[in-house]
Design a protein around this ligand. Sequence first.
Ligand SMILES: NC(=O)CC[C@H](N)C(=O)O
Length: 196
Amino acid sequence: MVKIGVLALQGAVREHVNSVIASGGEAVEIKTVDQLHDVDGLILPGGESTAMRKLIDQYGFMEELRAFAASGRPMFGTCAGLILLAKDLVGYGEPHIGVMDVTVERNSFGRQRESFETELSVAGVAEAFPAVFIRGPHIVEVGDGVEVLARHNGRIVAARQGQFLGCSFHPELTDDHRMAAYFINMAIEAKEKQFV
Ligand SMILES: NC(=O)CC[C@H](N)C(=O)O
């Protein structure tokens, strides 16, 4: 069994923990840097990326999150978490963790639709996945080696680059746990590779 950490500084943490458990994984809330050494994959939840960034700096997480990425273990950013992973942010100076080769724009879906649910085809995950958007970002551009997994109205809203998975929506807020299951599989595969 793989152990998945959920960065627990701010945002929709508990829902991700429940979703991982429902998919047959073990889940732990990550509150201290040391706990990162003990997990096979890491989920960066939705919430508010600027608030999360402040706490990341305050608790000395930044260097360790980059080291986590460099170790090859999978990372899954949902909504604000995707913003944290992106190498480039539209109109927003320096990136945060800056490891996934995508350019992300924040708050992409207009005011009257700040919050909505829609069904998406997510490659390799589901033909009709219930996607909840809450002031979500979208991916403007992807680098080489990034696979687009889903679009909404022509905009990229889910992508994967090897160990990195990102989506604009909140897969943990419904009882469809196929995104969590997909990520657990990424962690299983990455762990198996270490032992070959
Ligand atoms: N649901 C979310 O994670 C919203 C993201 C938020 N709008 C941000 O820019 O960080």
